[in-house]
Write a protein that binds this ligand. Structure first.
Ligand SMILES: NC(=O)c1ccc[n+]([C@@H]2O[C@H](COP(=O)([O-])OP(=O)(O)OC[C@H]3O[C@@H](n4cnc5c(N)ncnc54)[C@H](OP(=O)(O)O)[C@@H]3O)[C@@H](O)[C@H]2O)c1
Length: 317
């Protein structure tokens, strides 16, 4: 089967590209010019260099495909960029998929879209609705936190500094998933025949982990005594209020304010299934997949066996 992969240069996109090749798919990988994708098996992968957000004829060199996988995502989460990438670029992909009459469109989305309050979550939610209304059979994968998102404090702990918690560090939790396990889950969807749109929430192996447990895991892996410091749980909201007057005059400040809104969301919400009726996050109801654990990942990074993921715009600390 020939598959068009968009977002092939991203953290999860690269893992999906590898998994597609391992499972014997023929891959058309879409990448912006200047990418640094390294392909082990050039017979299995064709790179089409095009910018889906900027080139009118981005799909001119894309051959006919039977399935589309989208790992596209705004790198900043800023409102305009989120609309441009999470909504508009995916909309263009979907139009292409409709023209090709593909048998499956797999979209990597995020579990936090279940409570769409941030600009990037609304953009993703809007596209999920479009996909739902399209005749193309589709799977929407709402994944929980990635390992990469939970590695930000490793270097400060290795330097002997305390792990930073918001409040007690016990009010939120997640079931983190590795890029490899998530890629296996995503590619696995292609073997299922679809009618309509199916939504799958997916986390890594349990149990759910709080930031306090993460602190213990990181300190242990770094060979440091477990020290942590508590920051006010609403810190990012206060900072946002401080800069709010400036957002009226400055686009940059408006983007900063959105970044603080994003930080506050992740400091205060769990990446688990939200039970709308009970108004609680439900760890038991959050499906699990894969074998890789966060503890082993921290140990691997600290021992040098696992490379430290490049966090780029995802850095907070
Ligand atoms: N972080 C988490 O813990 C988490 C948890 C659950 C779900 N998710 C969701 O998972 C998805 C993938 O995340 P990720 O970390 O793999 O993303 P990522 O590493 O930031 O990759 C984003 C991909 O989209 C492409 N892209 C971004 N802006 C573009 C533009 N203007 N034009 C063309 N291509 C563009 C990037 O291409 P370039 O390389 O050319 O920039 C890259 O291939 C996102 O939807 C995210 O919300 C994240």
């Amino acid at each position: 089967m020939r598959v068009l992969l968009a977002g092939a240069t991203g953290y999860i996109g690269q893992a999906v590209l590898k998994e597609l090749v391992v499972q014997g798919y023929e891959v058309i990988a879409l990448a912006r010019r200047g990418h640094d994708l390294v392909i082990d098996d050039p017979k299995a992968v064709t790179i089409v260099e095009a910018d889906i957000t900027a080139d009118g004829d981005w799909d001119r060199h894309v051959p006919a495909v039977q399935a589309v996988v989208s790992c596209l995502a705004s790198r900043t989460g800023a409102p305009a960029d989120a609309h441009c990438v999470d909504f508009e670029a995916n909309q263009k992909l979907l139009k292409h998929a409709e023209r090709d009459g593909v048998s499956h469109f797999v979209l990597l989305s995020a579990i936090c879209v279940q409570k769409p309050v941030l600009a990037f979550q609304r953009a993703k939610w809007q596209f999920e609705q479009l996909l739902h209304d399209s005749p193309v059979p589709a799977t929407v994968i709402r994944a929980t936190a990635f390992f990469r998102s939970l590695v930000g404090q490793l270097s400060r702990v290795q330097a002997g500094k305390p792990f930073l918690l918001f409040g007690s560090g016990e009010h939120t939790a997640c079931k983190p998933i590795s890029d490899r396990d998530l890629a296996r889950f995503i590619v696995g969807q292609l073997t299922e025949s679809r009618q309509g749109t199916v939504r799958r929430i997916i986390g890594g192996p349990g149990p759910a982990i709080t930031p306090l447990v993460q602190a213990k895991m990181i300190c242990e892996a770094a060979g440091q005594p477990c020290r942590h410091r508590s920051l006010p749980a609403n810190m990012f909201t206060w900072l946002r209020w401080l800069i709010t007057p400036l957002t009226l005059f400055s686009h940059r400040m408006a983007e900063r304010a959105e970044f603080l809104r994003i930080a506050q969301f992740y400091a205060s919400e769990s990446m688990l299934v939200w039970d709308e009726v009970a108004q609680i996050y439900d760890a038991e109801a959050t499906p699990e997949f894969g074998d890789d654990t966060l503890g082993d990942f921290y140990q691997g990074v600290c021992s040098g066996k696992v490379p430290l993921p490049d966090r780029r715009e995802h850095s907070l600390f």
